[in-house]
Design a protein around this ligand. Sequence first.
Ligand code: NAD
Length: 972
Amino acid sequence: MSHSLEQRIEHEGSDIFSSLKKHQKIFETQSFLKNIIEAVLRESSFKLDLFRFVDVLPSLKTDDDVMDHVRQYLMKEGQDAPLIFKSLLKIGSLSFAQSLAVSAIEKNVLGMAKQFIAGHDLKEAIPNLENLKKDGFSFTLDILGEATLSDHEAYLYQQTVLALIEDLAKQTKLTLNNEPLNLSIKLSSLAPFLKETAPKKSAEKILTLLWPILYKAKEYTIFINLDMEHYQLKETTMLVFQKMLEHDDFKDWPHFGIVLQAYLSSSKNDLYELMLLLKKRCAKATIRLVKGAYWDYEVTVASKYGYPCPVYTNKAQTDQNYEELSKILLDNVDVVTPAFASHNVRSLAHAIAYAKEKNIPFDRFEMQMLYGMHSPLADAIRAKNINVRIYTPIGDMIPGMAYLVRRLLENTSQMGFVKKHQHDLAHERELLKKPSINSDHSFVMKKADFENAPSSDFSNKEYRNLIRTTIKNIEQSLPICIPIVINNETIRSSHKRTNKSAFDTTAPISDCFLADEEIAEKAVLICETAKKNLQKTSLSQRQNTLLRLASILEEDRAYLTAIMALEVQKPIKEGDNEVSEAIDFCRYYAMRADKEIASALLTDCFGEHNILSYRPRGTTVIIAPWNFPLAILCGMSIAPYLAGNPIIMKPSEQSPLTAYCLFLRMLKAGFLPDAVQFLPGKGEGIGSFLIGHKDIANIAFTGSLVVGQEINKLAASVQPGQRQMKKIVVEMGGKNAIIVDNDADQDEALLGIMQSAFGFAGQKCSAASRIIILTTIAQELLPRLVWAVKSLHIGSAKDFFVDMSAVIDEEAWNRLNAAKERLKNDQAVTVLHDTAWNHPGFVVGPMIVLVSDYHHWVMQEELFGPIVAIYKAQDLDDAIGAANSTRFGLTASFYSRNPSNIERAKDKLAVGNLYINQKCTGAVVARQPFGGALMSGTGIKAGGPYYLLNFVDAYAVSENTMRRGMSPGVTT
Ligand code: NAD
């Protein structure tokens, strides 16, 4: 009798379940872990706190620290800690017994980790591996560790793997059925700062360290499997695998494998791509099919950056896809060895049933499970004569925590099979049901009041190519001539400035005509007459103009990104973010205008009607910096225009091209030509002239403190004939600090420091230039920071792989090099690292110095380049004191896993924008409105509520509505 596939699955599944019956579970849990899982499933509010505590525990240095964290995470008011902790906490509250309680907690958490981690190293893991073999299982070893942050750490990982291969080769007694021993490798551990924008170069970098591993593995006949990590690394991983398969020395080598994640909606295409590769080859390879372990991460990142979510948001879709992919794999066993990695009985039963239906022998595929979650399910599968391989991590506790937390999440996931089976005791029939997509069970991405423009999806090859060709096309037309434009009239003055690329100093970028006072006077005059025209437009017309501009910027995103890479050496991804920011400014201000500058009713009473309205103030001068040549100029220009003020845009001398591109798009969007003047020119020339002009009503300035102060002074002095006080919005520099607390996640802190300090060569007002590290961890963190800085990729911004490029121009280069020389000759300074750059171009190699006095000038003055000063703080008070010691107050980051310290930082750090456990750059409109305190700025934050009020005067009208005793609302 022939059976349908579903019947077969039911049969195989029941068979597996009946083997599990005597255990009632898929795997046995160590008792502490069992208690934890049960406690979390009973009380889900406890989950995050508990897992956060587990995550931080190995980093805590003293008993006091442990008990402090226990109190903060597990003894919160109103929160009932699980029974298992209660007794320990009680003991811990007695001071003499604190260390007893701490060691009991550590022992228990360690014991829990040991359920999933086979040992600190191979030696410690061997008895566990022998047990696996005794039970008839093979294994793949994984060295715990997440993304590396320097070439040095990558090298250390490579050396560990090479040594492990040699050690493994000696362990022939661990071999099962004469097959090679098996190693799983995480590619992110083999190279720092990998980029999805540059998969080819990322792959090349990885391969330099991977090739020796592959040769050694071949020499000792060890199987190498590439693990799959975050989605952004997928293309790079696939490329590396392709190179391995196609290499002359390995094209007939059968002991390679890769992972396919069924939760990725792209996974079927990826599998077809892999099949094509394998079909061209004379040896098989293994594909491990998993559901995917980074779901929460992928969903969070996609929603944060607005990327299309790469994973299915409905669990059943992943399960369904897993089955489809299983079939494709089994249909191709001639070229591939499928490895079905799952603890879901239905998914495994499906693969077995399908193999039976297609008469595929069971030795043509294998099944994989995770160490510590395998028995007795693995026994049930093994009993069917299917090889079971156990994914077995080894390594240290700190890198092991990320792995442990993933396992804990998996075991407590409401949607997971393990939880349904072990905890809910769901019926077998329910568990074996064909996955069916019920949209009620889809995870719904949170919708915010304001949706930020998504960043580009650089995993899309076509988009990357579009940027490349756009750059090439623009280069053909360089230098671009930039005129002055007043009331749509193009003016070519007698003064011109030529800008060249700061990286390739022979490449011209633009020839820009510079306005003089006569031209500036004309611009002010036109604005005077334009006021009336602009006032004839309604607010909603102006809102629509901004929305049109947003769409135009969106359409021209690639072009604008390319222009910024060429003109100011802005790395491609950062340029892309800047376009998003400009779009966001347009949409956000347009959205807020109704709330902020439309007329509003005030409190009324009988006989009196009150209303508050806003009037534009008049001509507004915009003086912009070069470092955000699109977004800042855009935000500062569109806001006053929306509020009804004619504007004069004075871009920075260094970035007129991007500014001109914006200006042309503003006209295209329908900005009135007589109300928007484009006036490139010298800051100290027409800049000053305009600031001091009697007919100017508002000034929006972003730039350095020195210039900001001058502008403030000049704008305050009233000119003959001036009829209105000038309103000034002044946003200036920063000397931003990152504080790293002693319990911080050091990997995250290090990454944050690198991005904040060296992104765009440190030329952001928000860039971190002071790093304040608690002394207790300085010894660990400082060498890592130096290694990381040595590993930065420096080059032209046209290259998608670079972390930083040249500084803006020769003047900045001279200034920064002079600062470096001064630091090198300063007795009070220890130079920890200084990268030499011996090629042409205005590149300033990154430098890190250590000082013992935070009043030192390098800790006080804004340098605006890749020079970072470190101060070791005795305690948090000292750290906060150091951070607050400058006259600036722009941004800061605080890295810590101590909740009360985080609260202290929030309370005490005197900055406009504070970031907790994240980098201090890259503010996002509406979410992180931007602007400084103290000497960093005066205005209401850009990209936040009430920014528009900067450019209007409010007036209240109060009308007496009672006439001869008659009053609306009273007289009937
Ligand atoms: P800058 O002060 O040299 O120039 C800014 C603008 O001011 C330019 O357009 C310039 O032409 C003009 N200018 C110069 N002298 C002038 C004068 N006397 N009168 C009128 N205008 C004059 O700054 P920059 O080098 O272009 O930009 C870097 C600075 O800007 C850094 O200090 C950075 O921290 C700051 N910045 C601050 C923010 C913020 O939001 N707080 C954002 C970006 C940049």
